[in-house]
Design a protein around this ligand. Structure first.
Ligand code: AMP
Length: 210
């Protein structure tokens, strides 16, 4: 049983590392960003409400995110533990989470803003299989096409410059204070997120109980 939260700014690699850890330890990976994007793509009422906030790079209202998360966290699959990626994002969400479940660790991934901006602005994704590329760091074999299925790659609307600036400001103002919140509870593990995904994964492994 392992209940982990990934904390960190947009572009730091939370999604990649959360998926890896979940696969290695047989945990449920819950990304509120992915759940919300799926709701937007399916044009559910919740997705239609969340869309505008997401495009602008702002936080979706707590009640909407709570609705999409609570049922997954309560599902039997989460019984072996979970990796939360992108939640909580403000103190109110942290309080709600605390009322739902105890945690074993909060992993804070860190990188300088300049690196985050470079990563986010070069990111391209496959709308079909959700594979993630980077125009210079991880280019597809054929420019603009997914290696797996040949679909034309797209840029997330919130990876455009104006939205990136908003997301970084939102992180600093609303999410970064959670560092002290979890630090005071003895749960915080700060992990430098530079280097390769393998190197970061090794640091994460070393910071968690076996
Ligand atoms: P992410 O994929 O984690 O970067 O999330 C993409 C976008 O989804 C964010 O910029 C927010 O608009 C929204 N979002 C994801 N998680 C949350 C959350 N916990 N609270 C509010 N909005 C969220």
């Amino acid at each position: 049983m392992l209940r982990v939260v990934f904390l960190g700014p947009p572009g730091v690699g939370k999604g990649t590392q959360a998926a890896r850890l979940a696969a290695e330890r047989h945990l449920v990976h819950l990304s509120t960003g992915d759940l919300l994007r799926a709701a937007v793509a399916a044009a559910t009422p919740l997705g239609r409400e969340a869309d505008g906030y997401m495009r602008a790079g702002r936080l979706v209202p707590d009640d909407l995110v709570q609705r999409i998360l609570a049922e997954r966290l309560a599902a039997p699959e989460a019984g072996n533990g979970f990796v939360l990626d992108g939640y909580p994002r403000n103190p109110a969400q942290a309080a709600r989470l605390e009322a739902m479940t105890p945690l074993d660790a909060v992993l804070l991934l860190e990188l300088p803003d300049a690196v985050l901006i470079e990563r986010l602005s070069g990111r391209r994704v496959c709308p079909t299989c959700h594979a993630v590329y980077h125009i210079t760091d991880r280019p597809p074999r054929i420019a603009g096409r997914c290696d797996r299925d040949g679909t034309e790659l797209v840029q997330r609307p919130d990876d455009r410059p104006e939205a990136i600036a908003t997301r970084l400001a939102v992180y600093t103002e609303q999410t970064a204070p959670l560092r002290d919140h979890y630090g005071a509870r003895g749960l915080l593990r700060a992990i430098p997120a530079d280097g390769s995904p393998d190197q970061v994964a090794a640091r994460i492994r070393a910071s968690l109980p076996g």
